[in-house]
Design a protein around this ligand. Structure first.
Ligand code: ZN
Length: 608
């Protein structure tokens, strides 16, 4: 039974009244923003006339954006804690709609900036130094200039945009709605529905028969749709590749990394370095086989749990204090701000309640607190989740505080660094302090699973993505056979010579929605690597390095993501950053093996 929200004490709910006193104040700001948006088109005829006019157009633009962000925060946070209240759903829709109206009213800003040339701009910066504060924003826009088409072509593409970009929609309708996987027998022998999400649960079953049944059945069904899914993926990639070629980008990988302000070099460095270090991943699978006590580890065994649940329960207060204690290393401002946020300023909405959105996130805007939504359930995972979200919140706090609004949002390329650092800091503290071996194993297991899933698996996906785009760009058709063959070879490489790579796994690409994200997943792997590197430097250098790390958190969008990371001395072009993550994983596997061995949990130990 889920609790009614009204029954939860106020101290466990976030305080949204700090954003707007009441709904009337929200409505008043909404109307004011509407008015500003209606006036915005006046800049169209003036913005390129003088540096003053350009600065004014940008200042008004960001002032409206800032209000929209705050309005959205209020509506969306209210909606997320009780999605059954239609009025909040309507308010969220209203803000989204207002945002679209602003996009339409300000459509000219970006193309007009692209009309400016570097010489004029340099003169303007000299003539009107106020404009200087928008330099980075203007430069980021101007990077796209060489890849813009004629006005006519841009108009045509914009007009066609609804008809383009449909493949991922077709894919998810097919796999989420139309495909049926039938039933399998669960642990008790009961017939139960197999779905794409219950599949994941079944693969984590302690019962091998259940795991194998789910695996076999799921791929039998995917197999029937393989040609269709290959055609959809081929179409998706072909469309992206054609558009990037038309714009004059070298290739799709270049275009995607360019949009993140990084380079294919970073992408390839990740893949190459992980490839050179796969032996530690093979060790992990050996450990899994030994603990599971099976003579051969199959594809349907790799998600089986290494340990029984360690069920120490945490109260929210204990979790909060653990996280606060762990983050003391980040210095006084970090600690005091976080303490106030968690204890006095109403940052967190702690418990699940009827109608509350699932999962966890950190939100907030420039003019609000960095709100955290949890569905706290008292397990160690929940403590880690709090540490993770608090990492996002404190990154936002420093970014917001150190920059004007238009430069205050850090980019997606660095978004998971601070959150992952916090998970690692908390895990390290638990490992240091715990005197219970089972608790230690549970912490180590958590780190291993995170690195296996984030560093290795996402890199394997990134490698697959890179290679299939390259095939399309070389005019090779992506058929089901080609895709299966490529994928199978990769799985064989990443799982190593001692795992049985069952034939069915060649179809796994069919069930990965991330291949429709267009070179996105590598960022998970680069972030966990950067975070590992930060941890290593914290351990080695202490406070002197912590200051640099905090300076990185303050960068916001005032620098490119690569330059921001350099503030923390993280050079993403170098293998060492990825190697730091590999060594965290290797050390974790080593410690797990040591404790598990001591506890007699290793059932077979010869490498066969
Ligand atoms: Zn996160």
């Amino acid at each position: 039974m889920t609790t009614e929200r009204a029954g939860i004490p106020a101290k466990y709910k976030w305080d949204l009244s700090a954003i707007y006193r009441d709904e009337a104040a929200f409505s008043a700001e909404f109307s004011e923003t509407e008015k500003l948006i209606a006036e915005y088109p006046k800049h169209e005829s003036t913005m390129l006339g003088s540096p003053q006019a350009l600065a004014a157009a940008l200042a008004d633009h960001f002032a409206i954006d800032r209000k929209l962000a705050k309005l959205y925060e209020y509506a969306a946070r209210n909606f997320d804690v009780d999605t059954s209240v239609n009025s909040w759903q309507a308010q969220v829709a209203k803000v989204i709609n207002l945002n679209s109206r602003f996009t339409a009213a300000s459509y000219f800003v970006s193309p007009y900036i692209l009309k400016l040339d570097a010489t004029t701009l340099e003169e303007w910066y000299r003539e009107y130094p106020e404009l200087e504060k928008y330099r980075r924003i203007i430069e980021v826009e101007l990077r796209r200039k060489p890849y813009m088409l004629s006005d006519e072509c841009e108009k045509l593409l914009a007009g066609m945009s609804q008809g383009l970009d449909t493949h991922d929609g077709i894919y998810s309708i097919l796999t989420d709605c139309d495909m049926q996987f039938g039933k399998i027998r669960d642990e008790e022998g009961k017939l139960v529905e197999l779905t794409d999400s219950s599949y994941v649960k079944f693969l984590m079953s302690k019962n091998r028969r259940v795991r194998r049944a789910a695996f076999t059945k799921l791929y039998r069904v995917y197999g029937q749709f393989g040609n269709t899914i290959a055609t959809i993926l081929n179409g998706f990639i072909k469309e992206k590749a054609t558009l990037t070629k038309l714009r004059g980008y070298e290739n799709s990988l270049f275009a995607s990394t360019f949009a993140d302000e990084v380079t294919p070099e970073i992408y390839n460095n990740l893949i190459d370095t992980v490839n050179r270090n796969l032996e530690v991943l093979f060790d992990y699978y050996d450990l899994k086989r030994e603990v599971l006590g099976v003579s051969k580890l199959h594809m349907y065994d790799v998600y089986a749990p290494l340990i029984a649940d360690y069920d120490r329960d945490y109260s929210y207060e204990e979790a909060r204090d653990e996280v606060l204690e762990a983050t003391k290393i980040f210095g006084e401002e970090y600690y005091e701000t976080l303490r106030a946020g968690l204890l006095e300023r109403g940052w967190v909405d702690v418990y699940p309640n009827k109608g509350k959105r699932g999962g966890a996130y950190s939100g907030g805007s420039y003019d609000t607190e960095p709100y955290i939504l949890l569905n706290f359930n008292g397990k160690f995972d929940d403590v880690l989740t709090l540490a993770h979200e608090v990492g996002h919140s404190m990154h936002s706090y420093f970014s917001h505080k150190s920059n004007e609004f238009h430069l205050s949002n850090y980019t997606i390329f660095v978004a998971e660094v601070a959150s992952t650092v916090n998970e690692l800091v908390l895990a390290a503290k638990k490992l240091r302090e715990s005197e219970n071996d089972l608790e230690k194993l549970s912490v180590l297991n958590h780190i291993m699973e995170t690195f296996k899933g984030t560093l290795f698996r996402q890199t394997m996906f990134a490698e697959f993505e890179r290679d299939i785009y390259a095939l399309v760009e070389a005019n090779e058709p992506l058929t089901r056979e080609v895709l299966c063959e490529k994928y199978y070879a990769l799985v064989k490489k990443y799982f190593g010579p001692r795992v049985v790579v069952d034939k069915q796994i060649s179809m796994e690409w069919m069930r990965i929605p991330h291949f429709y994200y267009n070179f996105y997943v590598y960022k998970y792997a680069t972030c966990i690597s950067a975070a590992s590197s930060v941890m290593k430097k914290i351990n080695e250098r202490g406070d002197e390095y912590i200051n640099k790390y905090i300076d990185f958190l303050k960068c916001g969008n005032s620098k490119s993501p690569l330059e921001s990371l350099m503030v923390a001395e993280i050079d993403m072009t170098k293998p060492v950053v990825i190697e730091d993550a590999v060594s965290v994983f290797a050390e974790t596997v080593r410690q797990f093996r040591e404790i598990a061995g001591r506890l007699g949990m290793i059932k077979v130990s010869e490498k066969n």
